[in-house]
Structures are given as C-alpha cells and as structure tokens.
Design a binder for this molecule. Sequence first.
Ligand SMILES: *Cc1c(COP(=O)(O)O)cnc(C)c1O
Length: 371
Amino acid sequence: MIPFLDLKNINAQYRDELIAACTRVIDSGWYIGGSELESFEKNFAEYCGAKFAIGVANGLDALILTLRAWKELGKLKDGDEVIVPSNTYIASILAITANNLTPVLVEPDINSFNIDPQAIERAVTDKTKVILPVYLYGQLADMPRIMAIAKANDLLVLEDSAQSHGASINGIKAGNWGDASGFSFYPGKNLGALGDAGAVTTSDPELAMMIKALRNYGSHEKYKNLVPGVNSRLDEIQAAMLNVKLPYMDKEVEHRRQIAQLYLTGIKNPLIHLPLQNIDAEKYDQHVWHLFVVRSEKRDELQKYLSNHGIQTLIHYPIPPHQQQAYKEWNHLSYPISEQLHTEVLSLPISPILSLEDAQKIVSICNNFNV
Ligand SMILES: *Cc1c(COP(=O)(O)O)cnc(C)c1O
C-alpha cells in the first residue's frame, strides 16, 4: 500500500535532532514561554517576512485570537461580517462564529479551489469588516486583487495560511499579505509539530501585543490582566520540534513540487481533472502542494479503484460547512460550486518522502482508470 501520508517516516528523517532538542528542553527545567518559543517566533516571522510571530496552541486559536484581538482593540464588534470561502475547512468559519461575528460564505473558483475575488466584490456590504481568504491545499488566493478590494473598502484581511507555509506570489509569502495570518503546525501540515501548535504572524505591533496578552490569560505583565484572555500557549517542547524542522521545510517543499510536476505532466485521463497551475507558476506563484487535489465526476469509483491498486487517497473535504449539522441554520442554503467540489475532489498521495518511482506508479494507475 502507498500510504497517503507516512508521518512516522517523515519525522524519522530528523529523529536524532528531535531527540536532542527534547533532551535540551527536559534538561533546561523551563517548559512554557522560554528560549525555544522565543527563537521559533523569531525564526518563523523572519521566514514569512513579517515583523512578529506569536506562538499559540493550534491553528484554530490563531484565527480565533486574531479576530478577538481586533474586537478588544475596537476594530470589530459583534455582528460584523467576515467574508470567507464556502469550501473551506470548518476551522476558518468556527473562528468567526466563536467571536459572534457573521460569516458571509463566498464561492471559490472551481479550478484553483480558492475564493473568487469577483464574488468577494459582490458580497461586500456596509457591515463587512474582514476578508478571510483561505490558502487551500498550498496555494495562495489571488492576493494582489483581494488586497486591492480590501483597500478600496477599508477592510481588514486575515489570511488562513494553515495549509500554505512558504507559498508565495511575486516573492511575497503567506503570512505577509494581510493584516495578520493564522498558521497551524498540526502534525500533518507542511510544517508539523509532534502535537498541536499554531502561530499568528503580523507586522502590526499593537495587534501582536494584544494577541500575546490574550494567549496568556489576557496578561501582558505577570499578575496584571488587560483583558479576559485564555490559555493558548505554544509550549517549549513543540517550539523545539518546530525549530528543528523549519530549516528543512523548503527542501521538503521542493520534493513535493517534483511530485506535483510528475502528476501534472503525466496524468492524462479525461475522467480526471488536474488542479489549475498558472502559466508563470514557476516564477510568480509558488504553490507548496500541501495536498494534490484532482476532481472527477467518478470520484467514488476512482477512490475505490486506486485503493484496489494499493493507493491510499483522502477527501478534503466530503461535506461543505453549510451542510454540517453544526451550522443547521445554513443547511437550506445553496452554494453550487462548493457542493460540486465536495462530490468531486480527491487527494492523491504527496509528501516529502513519497518516492518519484511510487509517484510514477500512481500516474500510470491513474491513466488506466476507466468506467
Ligand atoms: C488545519 C487547518 C486549520 C486548523 O488548524 P489546527 O491546528 O488543526 O487547529 C485551520 N484552517 C485550515 C484551512 C486548516 O487546514
């Protein structure tokens, strides 16, 4: 079986360094808010090109605490509208509703899977305060256009970069386009901890300060509380794991790109639609291929066929947010592009340790799919 993602062997590449880093933390006697977090925050901010990175407990909290900080700073209030793609992973939307803000679901472009800027323009109202683009599957949304729309309408932009560490357009990376950006270091992400972890990047010092307070009970100084905060910290052990893995991430992404190129040039089957790659992709639009997602009207048959041929695939995602039980009040709404995507998408194996031979094998098997 070719596994979808072999996390054990991905981390085994760095086993000695990870163990040394763990030992360093254990022997330091300092487990929360120490030098590992400080250096990771510095390294990650620098990597993204932002002034600040603030480590938090997970990617969902990164988004929740950013919106919450804007409320505390008086930039948002209950009921303000946040534009978000209708086909996103549910976490992006949970962050909005957790803050008593109103999600406005906007359809994606069917070929790039990312939010459609024209549809954003149509959705802007007097109550719109934030655009929350999600960089789904490893590719930035059309940020030059989205930032122009935000500027023209005086909107904040919160990037959901959980799937796109290092992705860029014109050399500007995820984490450095909007007013702030949420990252996840869930183990399966392109930069994965060995447990839960997340971060916010921003170049706004006031916002950075507020998020730092919020993640730590609302406290900016020991025993003084500015605002009623939460406990959402990135601990020393996970920061140490991330410090080990960050320097290797670009190399890992290069391997993902090689596999993606094999798929893009090799898979030739009218039943399988490949993801859109922009013409100048090499130069201007750097996809990091967190997931390689194809579409097929025969998706379920394709998944079964691949499984019968020893290839594990996953569906990201089988149910759109507006059809989830958690959001019953939206179940009657219709988002046709999202709904189509959720019946057609299939994620092929892609990872820093999937061999090119196995990828080539997957290409041949895909090309022989028939119904
Ligand atoms: C993974 C993910 C999140 C949430 O990250 P966690 O660390 O699991 O909380 C948010 N948004 C998107 C698009 C994600 O893929």
